[in-house]
Design a protein around this ligand. Structure first.
Ligand code: ADP
Length: 411
């Protein structure tokens, strides 16, 4: 017997991959998750993990020519677990969409007009939005009757004041080409800042939080009373912190210098700054585990890469402290932020005058739970909050389509 449908399928479609999770918003639990990769190649692979009922992880290999075939294969795997996409218990499908421009400030039910608008934003997100649209079109063709929702990486940042969102360049040129700071990772910043408030026993509206999302891509945000007032990524995800393969902030003159002096094309500079810079450009590795291992062995290049990474991070903590005026918590999240204790220790070291400190024992604890790692005497909490973008997309999708979330894990 089925009651109100409570399941939400979350799709994160890349150009050659689809990540998915099926969640039950009745209890916030995960039913299944998986990944299709190398779509369009002969060596495509689907890895599917049922998360309830004790089934084992399953894999398929062999050509999956396009996103339609990928989603069909996902549907088959889900159906094999009794979780088919034709089930009346499926309430909606939530899609991660990277760029929502200024138009999409909230999660949005997708119709043809919304698809057209996401398409119109392709020039500012040439890598991501077309891939997101492939997933949307495929899922809509499969279940045209089902509400499908776009949840935008940029949406949380649309509350930034103009003073933070505008670059100081000619206004007419900027407006003609929609050049401004949009910010990304917004779903994570939204989830983590809310979960941090909960960890402190407060409402989101009562606290000011600096969120440091440190994954392979990395961004910081300043969140005042639940609303983003500044973030480190800009027109594209290239701006801001040192990342796995992205430079983050550089003097924009570096680009025309490379063009004039090294004869590089715009596309070559794009690849250099997005794919061959950051930690990988500095020391050849972008995995923080490997960098720490090399530092322990006395590797100076790895040590310098780490120092540059930390120096930039510290600058953003200081900048966002100044932007917020009063800070209740500095929160670390994503792969590096959740796991790399030495990064947290080094980023906060020396900031005692700002009321910031890390307790070595608490920092060393490994856990999947949100936790405070500052000593009891510290004026400002330092915390680790594991991010959960899929749960946040599912929650926003479910609420927008009329579902009421009764209990979710952390937020
Ligand atoms: P993304 O979603 O941006 O691909 P993640 O948030 O999954 O990235 O973070 C991936 C990064 O997290 C890895 O590149 C690695 O540097 C870092 N990482 C993961 N586990 C650890 C660990 N135990 N210690 C240090 N760094 C880690």
């Amino acid at each position: 017997m089925t009651g109100t449908p409570t399941r939400v399928l979350v799709l994160n479609s890349g150009s050659s991959s689809v990540k998915y999770q099926l969640l039950d918003m009745g209890d916030g639990g995960r039913l299944a998750q998986g990944l299709v990769e190398r779509i369009g190649e002969d060596t495509s692979r689907l890895a599917h993990t049922p998360l309830r009922g004790g089934g084992a992880k399953r894999e398929r290999t062999g050509p999956i020519p396009d996103h339609a075939a990928a989603l069909k294969a996902v549907a088959e795997e889900l159906a094999a677990d009794g979780l088919g996409l034709d089930s009346p218990e499926l309430a909606a499908i939530g899609h991660r969409v990277v760029h929502g421009g200024l138009r999409f400030t909230e999660p949005t039910v997708i119709d043809e007009e919304v698809v057209a608008e996401i398409e119109r934003l392709v020039p500012v997100a040439p890598l991501h939005n077309p891939a997101n649209l492939l997933g949307i079109r495929t899922a809509m063709a499969m279940r045209p009757d089902l509400p499908q929702v776009a949840v935008f990486d940029t949406a949380f940042h649309t509350t930034m004041p103009e003073a933070a969102a505008r670059y100081a360049i000619d206004v007419e040129t900027a407006d003609a080409h929609r050049i401004r700071r949009y910010g990304f990772h917004g779903t994570s910043h939204a989830y983590v800042s809310r979960a941090a408030a909960k960890l402190l026993g407060k409402e989101p509206g009562e606290v000011n939080v600096i969120v440091l999302h440190l994954g392979n891509g990395a961004s910081a945000s300043a969140v005042r009373g639940g609303r983003c007032v500044d973030t480190s990524m800009g027109l594209t995800p290239l701006e801001g912190l040192v990342m796995g393969t992205r430079s983050g902030d550089v003097d924009p003159a570096v680009t025309f210098h490379l063009k004039r002096v090294a004869g590089m094309s715009a596309d070559e500079i794009d690849v250099l700054l997005n794919k061959k810079s950051g930690l990988v450009g500095l020391c050849g590795d972008n995995d923080m585990r490997e960098i720490r291992r090399r530092i322990d062995e006395g590797d100076e290049r790895a040590a310098l890469a780490f120092d540059i990474y930390i120096h930039r991070l510290k600058k953003y903590i200081g900048a966002y402290y100044a932007v917020l005026g009063r800070v209740d918590a500095v929160v670390f999240t994503a792969g590096v932020g959740e796991n790399a204790a030495p990064v947290r220790e080094a980023a906060i070291a020396g900031l005692e005058e700002l009321g910031l400190a890390v307790d070595a024992d608490l920092n060393a604890v490994r856990s999947d739970e949100p936790r405070v790692i500052s000593p009891v005497y510290a004026r400002v909490a330092v915390a680790v909050v594991p991010t959960d973008e899929e749960l946040e997309i599912a929650r926003q999708t479910f609420e927008l389509t009329g579902g009421k979330v009764t209990r979710t894990t952390n937020a």
